[in-house]
Design a protein around this ligand. Structure first.
Ligand SMILES: [Fe+2]
Length: 334
């Protein structure tokens, strides 16, 4: 088996390329929109063809790269059958097996974080007949579980059922690889470690300490962090019900920028460090330093109404970085 975990340092998003060298094929799980070239490059380097793309659920915190990756590789996109996605895809359900040469990814439907959440239990037939690890999506993290944002307490109850009936029945030795690590808005107490085991989480994951469903629901619903306003837009873009555009930036003169802001609608986003911004800035410009952690998510808190952003920086390479980070959170009007 060929296994790669790809971490997006800025957002904490984790995606996976899993392949079989003998079969020369690979599946990509939860591709990020800003990493498509990387999956293609990696697969090529390993002599693999990406033939399938699987989403563990409809993401609300970042734009999926599934359609971009499918366009480049001709791979099919597999989603749980309860998905509301309107773009071309195949559906899978609990118990289905996705076979990539010696590697088998068994679908476990685990509703809770979202109704279409699934985990993938992976067995490498070249090593053993028993499962080696499980991709847990946003159902279980290292040190936390997914937030039940869409369905509130009812979804939290479903998450409890999913954990009890599938993940917590797995052997202690089975490894866990989630869809997010520290720095993500999708959980509260995620570790910066990006892998664990069922046994370790069973013993030490605070979210799994509840002894009853009611206790678990109370624990999950208490102190939920605020939901960024961009979540709804991102879900719409990931389902294909809202258009997915690519920013078409062009240079602005100071006068043009001033006129766009004065006319209303446009907003200047100053990417420079706070001290430089403090020394002098365009009146009304908002400052989100390009080096700040979760840059894209921070901008997503206010850039939700389609108002175009005009980026301002001293360093031209910051523009590309900002565009990638903003594309990841669905901010396309730049
Ligand atoms: Fe999620």
């Amino acid at each position: 088996m060929i296994f790669h975990q790809l971490l997006n340092e800025e957002s904490g998003c984790l995606s996976y390329l899993i392949g079989c060298g003998e079969a020369g094929r690979a599946v990509v799980v939860d591709p990020g929109r800003d990493r498509v070239d990387e999956y293609v490059r990696l697969a090529r380097k390993k002599g693999l063809r990406i033939t399938q793309i699987v989403e563990t659920h409809t993401h609300a915190d970042h734009i999926s790269g599934n359609r971009d990756l499918a366009a480049v590789t001709k791979a099919s996109i597999a989603l749980h059958r309860s998905t509301k996605a309107v773009f071309e895809h195949a559906t899978v359900q609990d118990g289905d097996e996705i076979v990539v040469g010696n590697v088998v990814l068994k679908v476990l439907h685990t509703p809770g974080h979202t109704p279409d959440s699934l985990c993938l239990l992976v067995t490498d037939g070249a090593r053993a007949s028993e499962p080696w690890f499980v991709l847990t999506g946003d159902t279980m993290f290292i040190g936390d579980v997914g937030r039940p944002d869409l369905g509130g307490a009812e979804a939290a109850g479903q998450l409890w059922e999913s954990l009890q009936s599938s993940l917590l029945r797995l052997d202690d030795t089975v490894e866990i690889y989630p869809a997010h690590g520290a720095g993500s808005l999708c959980g509260r107490a995620m570790s910066s470690k990006t892998a664990s085991t069922i046994g370790f989480e069973r013993r030490f994951n605070p979210a799994l300490r509840a002894r009853s469903k009611a206790e678990f629901v109370d624990l999950l619903m208490a102190g939920l962090p605020p939901k960024p306003p961009s979540f709804q837009t991102i879900v719409g873009k990931n389902l294909g019900t809202l258009p997915l555009e690519l920013p078409k930036p062009r240079p602005y003169t100071a006068r043009e920028a001033w006129e766009a802001v004065s006319a209303g609608g446009a907003c200047v986003l100053d990417l420079r460090d706070p001290a430089t911004y403090g020394d002098g800035h365009v009146p009304g410009a908002l400052n989100v330093w390009i080096e700040s952690p979760q840059f894209g998510d921070r901008v997503g808190w206010f850039a939700t109404d389609g108002a175009p952003l005009i980026l301002l920086t001293h360093t031209p390479s910051d523009i590309d970085r900002a565009l990638r980070a903003l594309a990841r959170v669905g901010v396309d009007q730049v």
